[in-house]
Structures are given as structure tokens and as C-alpha cells.
Design a protein around this ligand. Structure first.
Ligand code: XMP
Length: 308
């Protein structure tokens, strides 16, 4: 039986030993994994720790503001860096899912290295959890915080959550007193909305999927449903619609909600029809350029949870 209190008691001194008195930066994304890694590292390293939130432009709606509120409130030394243009430039013309993941991962680490240099940090703390490296080792898809690491990296890695699964990370989050908006937060991939747009993630498409994703998460929450994850994906191509008696030729949003214990396998969740209809109506009404909403009924396997 996993004991979060004991985990914290052991992890804190372990981080201290690993960072050996050096200055560390933490890759804070606002997701539960990196937040727990940050809160643990703050306990271990205090002033020695700088939390860096890199806004790559593929964050969820309001995510950056929420992170600023939460972590500044904890007394964390937080630096917020808007690198979105750099990521968009790096991804221009890129359509392949693995290429997108690698570019986001590499750009991420490059930006971190620059900040680390400025800060004089020699350690990078990451919230990598077990399924991240298990799936990357298995060649299924390169999880952003694993295979994205360039070989010439000068920072040494500290990964205090390496052996944990998501439900265990949430227990540690509660143990550390993180707010429910973080401890119960739905998982979100490191490359963010860049992989929630099939094909090239343009500014227009990212803005559309950001709105759609916010609607999906909000309606699922309002309905009292607790899936492992609920998300929106912007598919490629357009289809014909009709809005206000006028022909419209717009994008298609796929909605997905899954139940899972550890993300290694997942089951498509039977969302009540009225909830699905509310989601569809809000998406097609509130987001110009979207004419169609689909619900993904595929389990994992054979599909993965994310589309890319
Ligand atoms: P898949 O799509 O592989 O996703 O079935 C399994 C779980 O992992 C999340 N995911 C990621 N998490 N970096 C992360 O930290 C990533 O690059 C990444 N890709 C997928 C996904 O949202 C799901 O919860």
C-alpha cells in the first residue's frame, strides 16, 4: 500500500542529497506531476530552488494565471517566461506527431538551459512519472519530458516522482496540502495543445482547441463526472455545416473522455447524452469556424488517450 506521508519523508532528503547544495530549477507546468515535484523540491531546497514556468503557447485556458496565483502564494521563487513565439516558429510547417513532440521537448529544454545559465543552476527537477518513461522506452510515443531531452544537455536531472503512478502523485499532492484545483487536475501532455491539433498547430487552430478543451473540462466538471481525462482535439480537414441558414465550411472537434487507473490502458467513458449535447452546442455556438463535434468511443488499446 502506497503511503504518501512516508514518500514525502523519504523524497525530501533524497532531493537534498541529489542536488548537493547546488542551485536547482524546476520545470513547472501547473499539472499535478510538476506541481508535486515543485512543492517537494521547495521543501528540500527552499531558496536554492527557482521554479520556471515556460509558457509555450499551448497551455490550457487560464492555466498560466492559475499557476502564478497558486505558487506565488506558496512563497515559491517563480519565473514566468513567455516563449510562445519561439515554439510556434520552431513548429512552423511540422505535421508529424513525433516530430512535433521532439521539437517541443527540445525547445523546452533549450529555454530551460538559458534560464538555468542566468540563474546559475546546475540541476533540473522534473515531474516525470512511471508511465512517461515506460511508454517512451517501449517506443509507443515519446513523452515530452523523456525523449525530448537533447543529448548535449548540461543540466543534471532530478526526477523525484519517477516510480510513481498518477493516483499516487495525487495522494502526495493532498499530503503536501496543494489545492484541489491542482491535486485533482486532469492530466495534460507536456507538448500541450500542440498535440491536440492534428497536423500543424497554427495560432488559429490552437486558439480554437483551447476554447473547445475548456468547454469540455467545464461541462464534465459541472455534470459531476470524474473521468481520468476529458479533452478536445481539432481534427484535420473541414466539413460542410449550416449556421443561421448560411452554409459554413468549418473544423471538426473530437471530444474524448476516458476512465483509467494509470493511463497504461483506458476505457472510453459513457458520457450522458445531455452532457454531450451541451458540449456540442456550446462548441458550435461559441467557437466560430467549428461546424461538427464527434465523440471518440475507442478504448486504449487500440487508441492511445491523446491523438498524437
Ligand atoms: P497516451 O496518449 O500515451 O497518454 O495514452 C497517456 C497519458 O499521458 C499523458 N501524456 C503526456 N504526459 N508528457 C506528459 O507529461 C507527454 O508528452 C504526454 N503525452 C501524453 C496523456 O495526456 C495521458 O494522460
Amino acid at each position: 500500500m502506497f503511503d504518501p506521508r512516508r514518500f514525502v519523508q523519504e523524497a525530501v532528503p533524497e532531493i537534498k542529497v541529489q542536488a548537493g547544495g547546488g542551485k536547482a530549477i524546476i520545470a513547472l507546468s501547473g499539472g499535478v506531476d510538476s506541481s508535486v515535484a515543485a512543492a517537494l523540491s521547495l521543501k528540500a531546497l527552499g531558496e536554492q530552488l527557482v521554479a520556471v514556468f515556460i509558457d509555450h503557447g499551448f497551455m490550457r485556458k487560464g492555466e498560466r494565471e492559475e499557476i502564478e496565483r497558486t505558487f506565488e502564494g506558496m512563497g515559491m521563487n517563480l519565473r514566468v517566461i513567455d516563449a510562445s513565439q519561439r515554439f510556434f516558429d520552431a513548429l512552423r510547417g511540422t505535421r508529424d506527431p513525433e516530430a512535433k513532440r521532439k521539437i517541443v521537448g527540445e525547445t523546452f529544454i533549450r529555454v530551460f538551459e538559458e534560464v538555468a545559465l542566468e540563474e546559475g543552476a546546475s540541476f533540473l527537477v522534473q515531474g516525470t512519472i512511471a508511465p512517461d518513461w515506460i511508454e517512451s522506452d517501449g517506443g509507443i510515443k515519446s513523452h515530452h519530458n523523456v525523449a525530448g531531452l537533447p543529448s548535449g544537455m548540461v543540466l543534471r536531472l532530478v526526477e523525484p516522482l519517477r516510480d510513481l503512478y498518477k493516483d499516487e502523485v495525487r495522494k502526495v499532492a493532498r499530503e503536501l496540502g496543494l489545492p484541489p484545483s491542482i491535486s485533482e487536475r486532469m492530466p495534460f501532455p507536456g507538448p500541450g495543445l500542440a498535440i491536440r491539433v492534428i497536423g500543424e498547430p497554427t495560432h488559429e487552430k490552437v486558439a480554437i482547441v483551447r476554447e473547445a478543451n475548456a468547454i469540455v473540462e467545464e461541462e464534465i466538471r459541472k455534470a459531476g463526472l470524474k473521468p481520468w481525462q476529458a479533452l478536445a482535439v481539432l481534427l484535420e480537414g473541414k466539413s460542410v455545416g449550416v449556421k443561421g441558414d448560411i452554409r459554413d465550411y468549418g473544423y471538426t472537434i473530437a471530444v474524448r473522455a476516458v476512465e483509467s487507473v494509470d493511463a497504461m490502458t483506458a476505457t472510453a467513458m459513457p458520457i450522458p447524452w445531455d452532457v454531450l449535447k451541451t458540449i456540442q452546442k456550446r462548441i458550435t455556438r461559441e467557437i466560430p469556424g467549428v461546424t461538427r463535434v464527434l465523440y471518440d468511443i475507442t478504448d486504449k488499446p487500440p487508441a492511445t488517450i491523446e491523438f498524437e
